[in-house]
Design a protein around this ligand. Sequence first.
Ligand SMILES: [Zn+2]
Length: 118
Amino acid sequence: MKILFSKISKVNYPFKLDLDNMSLVGFLKRENEQIVNLEAKMSGTFMYLCAKCGCELELNIDEDIKLSLSDGVYKDIDNQLSDTMEFFNAEIDLLEILESELNLYLSDNFYCLNCEKE
Ligand SMILES: [Zn+2]
């Protein structure tokens, strides 16, 4: 799901994206000529293998996401690059955002209830 940067104004632009059992729901709003802010909730369930015993567990994900999206290269004046994502085709790729946020979330280890107790 792609949205042109030029479509986003200072008025909230709502969106909803579904991917398998996950969804990303929120809005986009222009910050300045180059930057669009995203505020969204990533939620859903994801099947995951326990990092210790390998049994299947269902993760219930419910995460608030705040990002700045840059139309082209972001000049990092204040060294605050961390939460800024750059896009180079004059459009925002919401699927890419959802996938990268999900990967970030899954980079933690998760344990099943049995292993958690130990
Ligand atoms: Zn386990």
